[in-house]
Unconditional design. Structure first.
Length: 364
């Protein structure tokens, strides 16, 4: 049987960005086993990717962006040779919908996969002045055009399904939950309870403002009990009078660093942007067998089972009480962690979720 050819148009190089690596990229082997031949075209090369979050290297950023547009112009000449074009997030980052329209016109079938509430054009949380200026040049209608014109849309938040079905010309939209490889993201075999319980959070600078929202919680909690705060990320973080450790995130150590945590935290803000979150952070904790405390909002409220594998909270008072409860109750931490792993295996492991992707691919 002749293999179907897929061209993946994505922002970043394969295996680098968590948004790609822990989403559709982890299913490439399954797609190939199903008879698909995959070609990847990323807008960014490795040099642009490595400089993106640095305040320096502007020359590399400019050259990398120009190269990205040249790559996309090249892609236009080869689209017709593919049976399916799989677009993640955007075709090009700036300007009008010209490239998106050309890709749609020249392609046989298009799947559009997006994460977060990227259809919102005014989300400016935690952006620097430079980022805000760059945001003015971003294409405001790219996401909405791709939602409307694609043959199928994939979302990671169930709260986007109705919106996309209403916009999409064929009303084709599928919610595919965030997922992880359950054979890699596993509880520690040598896990032991730390003398001082470790509260942990992992994330990037772009989501740091969620962590900042808990500063008063940490200070109040410190008055009640001892704990250590572990931050795994790509930025510096300080919090006076708190026992704090900051670890630089690396792909190599991402699992073993998560295994250092006794209690995971997942704060969100109850807004439209938060509604687009797919609860991947919560799923990380559950896969590792860690109990968690999370904001009771959006997809997280569906993934985390309150008082089963964690606590869902809405106020600073509830945050403090929930964390204090888990800090003081080792047995409950163990029970919540084991239940979280069980829920993960039945709902959010790649072995379960892979069939959802294959169902969409095979429908076109």
């Amino acid at each position: 049987m002749k293999k179907k050819k897929i061209l993946v148009l994505c922002p970043y190089p394969k295996g680098e960005a968590a948004g790609q690596r822990l989403k559709y990229e982890q299913y490439f082997n399954d797609w190939e086993k199903e008879g698909y031949e995959i070609t990847i075209s990323s807008f960014s090369d490795i040099n642009l990717w490595r400089s993106l979050y640095s305040p320096k290297n502007n020359f590399i950023k400019i050259l990398g962006t120009l190269r990205g547009y040249i790559i996309r112009i090249r892609d236009l000449f080869y689209l017709k040779k593919y049976d399916l074009i799989y677009i993640f997030m955007w075709v090009t980052p700036f300007g009008t919908t010209l490239f998106e329209r050309l890709v749609r016109f020249l392609s046989k079938k298009v799947i559009y996969d997006f994460d977060d509430a990227v259809h919102l054009t005014n989300h400016v949380q935690n952006r620097s002045l430079v980022q805000k200026v760059i945001g003015l040049f971003r294409g405001k209608n790219k996401t909405n055009y791709l939602i409307k014109s694609s043959d199928h849309v994939i979302v990671s938040s169930p709260f986007h399904v109705d919106f996309c079905k209403e916009k999409n010309r064929k009303s084709n939209c599928t919610y595919i939950p965030c997922s992880l490889d359950g054979s890699r993201f596993v509880p520690s075999k040598t896990k032991h309870q730390n003398d001082i319980p470790v509260i942990g959070w992992t994330g990037t600078f772009s989501s740091k403002f969620y962590l900042d929202s808990l500063m008063k919680v940490f200070l109040e909690l410190k008055k009640r009990c001892d704990f250590k705060l572990l931050i795994i990320g790509n930025f510096d973080f300080t919090l006076p009078n708190i026992n704090l450790e900051v670890i630089k995130w690396t792909k190599k150590n991402e699992v073993q660093d998560l295994q250092l945590i006794d209690i995971g935290i997942y704060p969100l803000l109850p807004d439209e942007w938060g509604l687009g979150k797919g609860a991947l952070k919560a799923i990380h904790y559950m896969a590792i067998g860690i109990p968690l405390v999370a904001t009771d909002f959006g997809t997280t409220s569906l993934v985390v089972k309150d008082k089963v594998n964690g606590f869902l909270v809405k106020s600073e008072k509830e945050w403090v009480e929930a964390l204090e409860n888990l800090i003081q109750d080792i047995k409950k931490r163990k029970e919540f962690g084991e239940k979280g792993r069980e829920i993960f295996e039945f709902n959010y492991s790649t072995n379960v979720v892979k069939n959802k992707y294959l169902s969409v691919l095979n429908s076109l």
